[in-house]
Design a protein around this ligand. Sequence first.
Ligand code: PLP
Length: 405
Amino acid sequence: MPDLLDKYRKLKSRHDALVRFGADAVMLVNERLLSPTRAIINGRETILAGTNNYLGLTFEKECIKAGEQALRDYGTGTTGSRIANGTYALHVALEQALADFMQRQHCMVFSTGFQANLGMIAGLAGSNDTIFIDMDSHASIHDGCRLSGAKVVVFRHNDVEHLRRRLERNPPREGGGRLVIVEGLYSMLGDTAPLREIVALKDEHDFQLLVDEAHSFGVLGETGRGLAEAEGVEDGVDFVVGTFSKSLGGIGGYAVSDHPDFDVLRYASRPYMFTAAPAPASMATTLCILQQISARPQLRQQLWKNAQQLHGGLKTRGFQLGFDGVSPVVAVICPSEEAAVVMWNALLENGVYVNLALPPGTPNKLALLRCSVSAAHTAEEIDAVIDAFVAARDAMLAMMAQQSG
Ligand SMILES: Cc1ncc(COP(=O)(O)O)c(C=O)c1O
């Protein structure tokens, strides 16, 4: 009988080959956090340029205090699911605050963003239904589709005409509905969904629409409600999913909707029902950070100013970027996996952390060095990131020249 882990031999040898160039990207340890944008890594003070901490709110004193108070008032954990003993006043307060912020009737909080997608997609769709997803969807969307048992139809990334043809060729099945799922801001390249055109398809085709605003919450829209707000099409979006692990600086996920029967998912969605309710301290910090996001729109302005600086700086220095427009996600396209790993190590040695993103986790099999900008980055930090990229490219080119010579 083969060992169950034998199937990963190829994956393991690929990982071992990459680790030979330096640090292990999948086990990199932040030994100490100094601020939202700085940590000690490998004993060295490092600028964090790949954290998804878009608004830089993870060290807000008031929110840390709120978390400490919740620990004292409610204890360390809930020791039970939301539908048993795990619903605390803080869960309900956060759901109400998120519903108010998103201007929706209903909200459900999940233990992670990943579970929010699993719970919503598998809760909404069943074996008679058809789900249409963008081919660059996050793993949690793909896995939610699989869990649902629905027929899954994939359309080319951001290709509205392809989605239209897919809708035409896949009418609702007997007794089944149709769900289209897109992301507000795609996490690898930083581009956004053509949401207005997708909503317009509802004039010709019958479907419900779910938008995952994981990366766009707090980032897009006049008040930070995401891409649907920015595009003025919230009325056309039936369900919004989001996470606490990015602009909200915590852990957990949520879904909001105006659907009158939305709350049935509380006792129909297994990833919501059969897991422990999120920790009280996490609910308290998220509630506090949500209030900060409402009260401080200038953070969003600063974020976009910083995004412009990083995007412009890298472009001027000749880097090929994954997306032409300015976005808080800035992905540098590397000529090969090896080049990406060499540059990633050189960046780290120069005191800059970014995400190393390799296939199959990337669109079009690209090897990426993915940066995410924060409102908390200073202009000097962003300049240092740009300089470190230039030095890393020089190191990579020198190494490649040595290899070929
Ligand atoms: C688009 C998208 N959806 C969902 C998630 C999952 O969120 P979480 O980290 O809270 O599980 C992520 C996380 O990276 C994401 O990028």
